[in-house]
Structure formats: structure tokens, C-alpha cells
Design a protein around this ligand. Structure first.
Ligand code: PLP
Length: 446
């Protein structure tokens, strides 16, 4: 039994653990998958069965499992100083060092780092920062937030409200005032016969028209993942990111680039905004690969341009009333430093730029199968969209569980994928080898 009493664990899981994003009815009837250890790009379950982790934990274990160096950095910091509050003027060396190191990687003048507990709280903090700033500067009308359908930005009330996956909105009360969802820029679902260029024009126009309709003086920000990750690895048409960023600049609307998934090597750069999409956002949010998932941490990076105005708050009894006990947690920042050491020393980003196209090219072979409607992605993010009707691209009902069945078929063959209704998503650790990529594709073909 590999040292774990699977049945006892499964029973306790059923009785006591509430899992995120589970059909609550199924937890009583489906056996849990209990993961107990990992090495490189693989994980092993409680029954001793080893699998390639096609999910990268949850798009996050970027430098792979079993990194002693990160474990040691965590242990050393925990022994020396497990925690101290970051509130007010207090700080710890790892949090200061890590902030400075992130700022050095950030595009443009994004030099100010606010640490959070994960991606949701990074997005929440970014949106709250924007509203605080506008109110403080005497622009209280600038409140509207523009986002997109199929976006995923998190699970706090505010970050969930700017998210737009239809399946996540059922039975949930969300904030709807001041939040506007544009249609998703998904090339696969563009009107029949429309060129990519024309589609891009239309999606960029959607943003500008919405800003003009609301009045630029009333619009605070546009928030966007460079590629929509959980929404189905949607890659907008070429030029879309740059052109939407330019529209925001033109109308004095802040641009928040949510790099929670795309950062820390997944697209071949520490931050993808500038090198891949040629944008210099006003704010970048990140998490996941920030510590490669070894401990929770998120961050928002704010431009000097936005931050400088706020120094005028000094002595006015005004403060940015947002923060968490575990903001800038020293153990998490120590893990983040060790994670960046590995990314730099092993040139993880270069490795992604080299192996990413191979991964995409091999995954694209799945398009030969009748049940596959689309394969899309970039570098180490990919989505296989299943289709019961390849020609007409009919969207299946949300309870269509083919992807789930593929997840279950792949497991005994040594591969874990992420099923989402009719989508099979892969975002493996960035250290996955070419042989493991080949194996992944072969298992999926079977
Ligand atoms: N933003 C994006 C783009 C994400 O994909 C996610 C999580 O998947 C989040 C934010 C929320 O991050 P977290 O789950 O760490 O709160």
C-alpha cells in the first residue's frame, strides 16, 4: 500500500474534506485521487502509481517537484524567523530582497510590489488599489471595470465577479455593478469565413466601444489574462493584446495584466507581457509559478507612475487599507528566491522557448482524431477541445463529461490531465522532457 492506508484516507476525505470545484454529489461516489509525492514532472499516488503530471499541480509547479533547494530555503527561514507582520513599516529580509528582484524583471516602471496570499488576492488587491487611487485623486466616478467572458481571475468575491466563465457563475451571487464582460476573443469560435485580422479588429473595437459607451472618464481599468487560461487556453488573435493596451492608454484606462498562469516561465519569460505581447501594463498580478507552488504566495506589481501620486497621502491619515496577515510571508518569499535561483541557473525560460514549440507541434497531432475539434495554446499551455460535431463546432452541454472520461482513462496509463467539461487542459512542469512529451501525446492518442 506504499505506506498509506488508502481506504482510511479515502473515507476521511469523503467525510470531512470539501474540495474546490467538485460536483458535491460525486464526492460520495467517486474514489479520490490521493497524491503523495513528486519528482521532476511526475507525481505518485497513494497506491504507488506514478504519472506524468500534465497539470503542473494547477499550472504552478513550474520548476518541478522534489527541489531540495527550495525545501531547504523554506526550512532555514522557518527556523530563523517563521513569520513577522508586514504591516506599516515592518519588513523581513526575504520579502525586501524578493520584491527588488521581481521589480528588476518587471517591464517598464513596475517597480512596486505588494505581496498577497495567492492569485485571487493579487487580483483583488489590484482592483482595490485602482479604486483607492482614483478616489484619493478625486476621480470617484472612474469606477467601471472591463473584463471578458471566459476569464478566470480568482475566487474572492471581487476576483470571481470579474471572472467570466459561465459555468462558474451558476448559483453564485456576484458583484455586477460597474463590471462589464466583453465577448471572448476566441479565434476558434469566430464567425464562419471571417479572417483572423477582421476578428481581431472586431474584438479590439468591442473594448473601445465599451469604453466610449461608458465614458472614458468613468472607466477605471481593463483586466486581462494575456492568454485566457482556465477559460480554455484561449489565444487571442495576433496583435490583440498590444492593440487593446493602446486603446486603454488612449482613453486613460488602466491595464491590468493577470499573469498568474503566464508568468514564471510558462510562456518562456518571467513576465510575458512585454517580451511576448509587447505591452507595458500598469499593473501585473502573479502567483503560482512565483514559488512553483512550494508554498502559497501572490503579488501585484504596480508602476511607478501610479504609485508616485500616492506619496501625497503622507500625513493625511489616508492609507491603502488592504493587506493580509500573510502578505510578504518571509518563508514564502524565501521559497520564491530559491525558485528564481533555479529558473535563472537552469535557464528554465530558455528551455521552454526550446521545448514549447515541440510540445505544441506534437499535441497538434491530436487534431487528426474525429473527436478533437481544436488544439490550441502556446509554449507550456495547451487545450484540446473535444467535439461531438467537428464540422459544426457545436458547443456541448456543460455536463458533457468526455474530458472527465479521458482523465480517468489516462490515469492508469500514467498521465494526469485537467478535465473541464469538453476541454482537456495541459500545463506540465516546465522541466518535462521531450520523452515525457512524447509519452503524453501517445497516451492521449490511445
Ligand atoms: N488569475 C488567473 C489567471 C488564474 O488562472 C488563477 C487561478 O487559476 C487566479 C488568478 C487565482 O489564483 P489563486 O487560485 O492562486 O487564488
Amino acid at each position: 500500500n506504499f505506506g498509506f492506508d488508502f481506504d482510511a484516507l479515502a473515507e476521511k476525505d469523503r467525510d470531512h474534506m470539501i474540495h474546490p470545484w467538485v460536483d458535491l454529489g460525486l464526492t460520495r461516489t467517486r474514489e479520490p485521487l490521493i497524491v503523495v509525492e513528486g519528482e521532476g514532472a511526475t507525481v505518485t499516488d497513494a497506491k504507488g502509481h506514478r504519472m506524468i503530471d500534465g497539470i503542473g499541480g494547477m499550472w504552478c509547479v513550474n520548476v518541478g517537484y522534489g527541489r531540495n533547494e527550495i525545501a531547504e530555503a523554506i526550512a532555514e527561514q522557518a527556523r530563523r524567523l517563521c513569520y513577522f507582520s508586514p504591516f506599516g513599516i515592518i519588513a523581513t529580509p526575504p520579502s525586501i530582497d524578493f520584491a527588488a528582484r521581481l521589480a528588476a524583471y518587471a517591464p517598464g516602471d513596475l517597480k512596486h510590489v505588494f505581496f498577497t496570499t495567492g492569485g485571487s488576492t493579487a487580483v483583488d488587491s489590484a482592483l482595490r488599489f485602482v479604486s483607492f487611487r482614483n478616489n484619493f485623486l478625486g476621480k470617484p466616478k472612474k469606477k467601471h471595470i472591463i473584463t471578458r467572458e471566459y476569464a478566470y481571475h480568482g475566487s474572492t468575491l471581487l476576483s470571481a465577479s470579474v471572472s467570466g466563465k459561465p459555468a462558474d457563475r451558476g448559483n453564485m451571487d456576484l458583484i455586477t455593478d460597474y463590471i462589464h464582460h466583453l465577448p471572448v476573443p476566441n479565434p476558434y469560435r469566430r464567425p464562419e469565413g471571417m479572417s483572423l485580422e477582421a476578428f481581431c479588429d472586431a474584438k479590439v473595437a468591442d473594448l473601445e466601444n465599451k469604453i466610449l459607451e461608458l465614458g472614458p472618464e468613468n472607466v477605471a481599468c481593463f483586466i486581462a489574462e494575456p492568454l485566457l487560461a482556465s477559460g480554455g487556453v484561449i489565444v487571442p488573435p495576433p496583435g490583440y493584446q498590444r492593440r487593446t493596451w493602446e486603446i486603454c492608454r488612449k482613453h486613460d484606462v488602466l491595464y491590468i495584466s493577470d499573469e498568474v498562469v503566464t508568468g514564471f516561465g510558462r510562456l518562456g519569460h518571467v513576465f510575458a507581457s512585454k517580451p511576448v505581447f509587447d505591452i507595458e501594463p500598469d499593473i501585473i498580478t502573479c502567483a503560482k509559478g512565483l514559488t512553483s507552488g512550494y508554498v502559497p504566495l501572490g503579488a501585484m506589481l504596480v508602476s511607478d507612475r501610479l504609485f508616485a501620486d500616492l506619496t501625497a497621502t503622507a500625513g493625511k491619515g489616508q492609507f491603502f487599507a488592504n493587506g493580509y496577515t500573510y502578505s510578504a510571508h518571509p518563508v514564502a518569499c524565501a521559497a520564491g528566491m530559491a525558485n528564481l535561483d533555479i529558473i535563472e541557473r537552469e535557464d528554465i525560460c530558455g528551455r521552454v522557448r526550446e521545448n514549447g514549440p515541440y510540445f505544441q507541434q506534437r499535441m497538434a497531432e491530436l487534431l487528426e482524431l474525429d473527436m478533437v475539434g481544436d488544439v490550441r495554446g502556446s509554449q507550456f499551455m495547451v487545450c484540446v477541445e473535444l467535439s461531438a460535431d467537428k464540422k459544426n463546432k457545436t458547443v456541448p452541454p456543460t455536463n458533457w463529461d468526455y474530458a472527465w472520461r479521458i482523465f480517468e482513462k489516462c490515469r492508469p496509463k500514467g498521465l494526469m490531465v485537467r478535465p473541464l467539461s469538453h476541454l482537456v487542459i495541459l500545463s506540465p512542469p516546465l522541466v518535462i522532457t521531450r520523452a515525457q512529451i512524447d509519452e503524453t501525446v501517445e497516451v492521449l492518442k490511445q
